[in-house]
Design a protein around this ligand. Structure first.
Ligand code: NDP
Length: 434
């Protein structure tokens, strides 16, 4: 904490991982002898840069850009870019740190990184978004490459932004390097099922856990927070499997529809119009809207899928979920539960899948996109989807068997952290002091 003052989210993410590694460190002294922990929490490289751009009124604006290349023991740095006004070093480092372990769990050869900017895309015109992305990439281009560092999307960065970023990269480098970014458009190197992957993957791992525990998804009532990329496709897949999503949100508020949310309408509002979730009421005036997004967790439900942002479920929210007899919580977002919330969830034996495992489907499919780019291949939707499903099943099984092996049966936080740590740490040992 002294070395990284004020980076509260990063401290939170590191503490959670370090706590769960105790049984590993006790059973094998080579990690401590080789200072693996000290090395793993220190990013290999941190890049912070100025992003100047001109808005539609002709005014010059300045934002701050980040790329934290955290760990390359398993492969090129890989992780998304987030454009949101809350972005600062502490957020980028927590996301980059988590990404190391998540990427290891996918079983694909990718290291961990994260980046972004405190730029707020809300209310910006298409032209402003394009100019910002071009300026951002003008600096970022010198640091990335298909064998060096491969960024993707995250909050505020979707297909449109990846397009503008890719265009500028190509222009600067004079090279069509498809594998430098993932989440690309389908006609220029993107992978089928990448858009759906994080949300679908979340439901695949949840379904695998339910199969293991002999619980059915059929008829379960679900809260999905957020209404962005992850939330929309989590809703789509879980509805397909027979559950009913009754509430969704954005940062302004949430809607409750007891008949089940009309997902086509949400897609229209969010993906096409880029509007606010409140507009749902224009078609369904009998649905309910509340202007406090955090209160979404007061809705009665069987399953909670936080798919918006970090620390969106605090102790109070978890108490409400427990009062309402929630069965399971699976994290589509990164670190959506506070440490106190996780503690209470585990003390009450609620089924819980941490984000590192639960939302790894996105980056796993990004790695499949990189593979297709390297092979000049295009796989069908079914082929990618099938691979994604198998990766999620493997992650569940690896996290549960590892938890059991280290005396933490049923604790997927410990299982995921330990399984991922072993892969990364052993690779670091093999590669010497670098
Ligand atoms: P999007 O930008 O597509 O959507 C984000 C959603 O969350 C929006 O509905 C947004 O509302 C809401 N939201 C964002 N910030 C806040 C906030 N501070 N308070 C309340 N609501 C908020 O992002 P994604 O769906 O891609 O990402 C959602 C989460 O999933 C993030 O934690 C991300 O790191 C994680 N994730 C994403 C992956 C991916 O493949 N996209 C992969 C793995 C994890 P509004 O529009 O009002 O801002």
């Amino acid at each position: 904490k002294k070395r990284n003052p004020g980076e509260v989210e990063f401290h939170q993410a590191v503490e959670e991982v370090l706590e769960s590694l105790e049984p590993v460190l006790e059973s094998d002294s080579s990690y401590e002898e080789n200072s693996i922990l000290e090395r793993i929490i220190e990013p290999e490289r941190q890049i912070i840069f100025r992003v100047p751009w001109v808005n539609d009124a002709g005014e010059t604006k300045v934002n701050r850009g980040f790329r934290i290349e955290f760990n390359s023991a398993l492969g090129p740095y890989k992780g998304g870019l987030r454009f949101h006004p809350s972005v600062y070093t502490g957020i980028v480092k927590f996301l980059g740190f988590e990404q190391i372990f998540k990427n290891a769990l996918t079983g694909r050869p990718i290291g961990g990184a994260k980046g972004g900017s405190d730029f707020d895309p809300k209310g910006k015109s298409d032209q402003e978004i394009m100019r910002f992305c071009q300026s951002f990439m003008t600096e970022l281009a010198r640091h990335i490459g298909d064998k060096t560092d491969v960024p993707a999307g995250d909050i505020g960065v979707g297909g449109r932004e990846i397009g503008y970023l890719f265009g500028q990269y190509k222009r600067i480098k004079n090279r069509y390097e498809a594998g430098v970014l993932t989440g690309k458009g389908l006609s220029w190197g993107g992978s089928l099922a990448r858009t759906e992957a994080t949300g679908y993957g979340l439901v695949y791992i949840l379904a695998e856990m339910f199969k293991d525990k002999q619980i059915t998804l059929e008829g379960k009532e679900v809260i999905v927070s957020g209404s962005g990329n992850v939330a929309i496709y989590a809703n789509e897949k879980i509805s397909e499997l027979g559950a009913k999503v009754v509430a969704m949100s954005d940062s302004s508020g949430y809607i409750y529809d007891q008949n089940g949310i009309d997902l086509d309408l949400i897609k229209e509002i969010k993906e096409v119009k880029r509007g606010r979730i409140k507009e749902y009421l224009e078609k369904y005036p009998e649905a309910e809207y509340y202007n406090q997004c955090h209160d979404i967790w007061t809705v009665d439900c069987d399953l909670a899928l936080p798919c918006a942002t970090q620390n969106e479920i605090n102790l109070e929210a978890v108490k409400k979920l427990i009062e309402n007899d929630v069965i399971a919580i699976a994290e589509g977002a990164n670190m959506p539960l506070t440490p106190a919330a996780i503690e209470l969830v585990q003390a009450n034996n609620i089924l819980y899948i941490p984000g590192k495992a639960a939302n790894a489907g996105g980056v796993a499919t990004s790695a499949l996109e990189m593979t297709q780019n390297a092979m000049f291949a295009e796989w069908s939707f079914e082929e990618v989807d099938q691979k994604l499903k198998q990766i999620m099943i493997n992650i569940y099984q690896e996290a549960s068997t590892t938890a059991a092996k280290y005396g933490k049966k049923g604790d997927l936080v410990a299982g995921a952290n330990i399984a991922a740590f072993l892969k990364v740490a052993n690779a670091m040992l093999d590669q010497g002091v670098v």
